[in-house]
Design a protein around this ligand. Structure first.
Ligand code: AMP
Ligand code: MG
Length: 521
């Protein structure tokens, strides 16, 4: 294979102790942050989709992404010089309970690419085969879940939400057997591999695992390696570094989850092994987008009973996860006051950001005290009236402060009876909102601009992803490519692409993949 001159500096494995055994034999790995393991080759790697933006970010030109070697490398059948594949070791709290060692069971990092501009990006295959952390599973991923991860990573980025990125979607040519609803109906599905890209894939659970084992030496090494690699702004922080680092993690997590609430994203599995130390949205599994506004909705059928990870409680769950991280890091602190301060910082950053988002989404120069109640009343109406969150907020942009009417919100309703029931409350609310707008210093144009930048028109609605997946499973990738294109500009009006802004069609109301997703992927 002709090897392009890419530069890799694999600092994670340079800086941290590795497992003495190599290869995928399943085992407990103690005293080590990673294990050397190669991707397992696949039958017929084919590039199905590429993110041109991420390729450009990495300095991978069309000569490289267009060559057959590209699909081989990002399907797991070959390596570029400088790649040294590893799987990371970590633990986590799953659904509120400590789960012990988890680790990268089907993710394999290929290396850390250093670009000409000096940026460093870790390239990680998801679905590349077994690792020491695969436990009983196969280390593979199916096409449907890989499409969902590929599209959503990039959609989130273009929405302005902190996230891991996705470079490529490679079909494996192999079949992967999955029982989608764990009900005895296993079937073979096409397999695929996504290459995810981020400065770091370190998770809260990366620190929880050595802490749970009383391995303070490894915990300290991990913390310091993470700070050195991923938090260059703390280079001169000296003995303050752990405290300032934790505060930064709290801050970034608060901002990330506030973005989720702004755009209507439900992660679905906010276990601590799925929380990035950089405050990036990570591990796109049974996530979903809110259609009709409902703070109690979760797309994850595995969580249908407890609904731990429902839309409305995501900020509280993020906070709880940070308390787990604080607990894990506590051996590094003589005094726990900085950990408490970090958690308090989460609350204040989140509260501040929430108010900024109220102002942005409702088109106000500033969020005043009673605007919080105005928003609460609005959300209650959306819920009672079964109104589409994305369309309703977008509809608000057209409210005339002098003569507000319900007309601008008509397309947001799913159900005529629910509409009629909520109409008097909505009309009264619109009067209040119009009065508030008349009392606000923003002019119409500034208001429109501000609202258009905070309220997306296009999000990766579950049914849209499902439509693209069903076509892709028949061998037609055009739906995936079309969604990629639309979601590059989620805040712009895109004439001719109304289909992608439409509310959930009736066929998708209770369909698997649209309103119900499992962890089986
Ligand atoms: P998740 O809920 O997808 O974040 O996964 C939880 C844990 O299960 C992680 O340690 C994953 O690496 C592992 N895992 C999930 N699916 C597979 C699979 N197909 N093969 C091996 N490990 C898996
Ligand atoms: Mg995970």
């Amino acid at each position: 294979m002709s090897t392009p001159s890419l530069q890799f500096d694999n600092r994670f494995i340079e800086a941290l102790p590795g497992d003495t055994e190599t290869g995928p034999r399943v085992r407990e790995v103690r005293g080590a942050a990673w294990s050397s393991v190669l991707p397992t080759p696949v039958a017929d790697p084919q590039l199905l989709a590429l993110s041109a933006e991420v390729a450009a970010l990495l300095g991978l030109g069309p000569d490289l992404t267009g060559s057959p070697d590209f699909a081989r490398v990002f399907g797991g059948n070959a390596l570029y010089a400088g790649m040294q594949p590893w799987a990371a070791n970590y633990g986590g709290h799953q659904f509120g309970h400590w789960a012990g060692q988890l680790g990268d069971g089907r993710a394999i990092s290929l290396g850390e690419l250093v670009t000409a501009a000096g940026a460093r990006w870790e390239l990680q295959l998801k679905g590349a085969g077994r690792t020491p952390y695969s436990r009983g599973a196969d280390g593979r991923a199916v096409l449907r879940s890989s499409i969902r991860e590929f599209l959503c990573s990039e959609a989130m980025h273009h929405l302005g939400v902190p996230t891991t990125r996705a470079l490529s979607l490679v079909g494996s040519g192999d079949r992967v057997v999955r029982d989608m609803f764990y009900d005895g109906n296993a079937r073979p599905e096409p397999g695929a591999i996504v290459c995810r890209v981020a400065p770091s894939f370190i998770r809260f659970g990366t620190f929880e695992l050595p802490a749970s084992r009383g391995d303070v030496a490894l915990l300290r090494q991990l913390a310091d390696a993470c700070i050195a690699r991923d938090f260059p702004e703390l280079a001169d922080a000296g003995t303050e570094r752990h405290a300032r680092w934790f505060a930064l993690v709290c801050e970034r997590t608060a901002l990330m989850v506030a973005h989720w609430m702004r755009v209507g994203f439900v992660h679905g599995v906010m276990n601590t092994d799925n929380m990035s130390i950089l405050g990036l949205t990570i591990d796109y599994g049974p996530y979903g987008w809110v259609d009709d506004y409902d703070p109690d909705w979760t797309p994850n059928t595995t969580d249908a009973q407890g609904r731990r990870y429902r839309f409305g409680t995501q900020p509280q769950v993020a906070y709880w996860n940070l308390t787990r991280l604080a607990q894990a890091l506590s051996p590094l602190f003589d005094d726990v006051a900085p950990l408490h301060a970090g958690l308090a910082h989460f609350q204040s950053v989140h509260a501040r950001r929430e108010r900024e988002d109220i102002a942005a989404k409702f088109g106000l120069a500033q969020c005043r005290e009673d605007d919080v109640a105005l928003r609460a009343a609005w959300l209650q109406i959306l819920q009672d009236g079964e109104m589409d969150m994305t369309l309703a907020f977008r509809g608000l942009m057209a409210v005339d402060p002098q003569a507000p009417t319900v007309t601008v919100l008509e397309e947001a309703f799913y159900n005529p009876e629910r509409r009629d029931a909520v109409l008097p409350a909505l009309q009264a609310w619109l009067q209040q909102y119009a009065a508030r707008l008349r009392d606000d210093p923003l002019d119409a144009q500034a208001r429109q601009q501000q609202m258009a930048a905070a309220n997306p028109r296009y999000v990766l609605r579950n049914w849209l992803a499902q439509e693209a997946i069903e076509r892709a499973e028949q061998g037609d990738l055009a739906g995936v490519h079309a969604l990629q294109a639309v979601l590059r500009h989620p805040y712009d009006l895109q004439p001719g692409r109304e289909h992608y802004a439409g509310k959930r069609p009736e066929w998708a109301r209770d369909k698997a993949g649209c309103s119900m997703l499992s962890c089986s992927s």
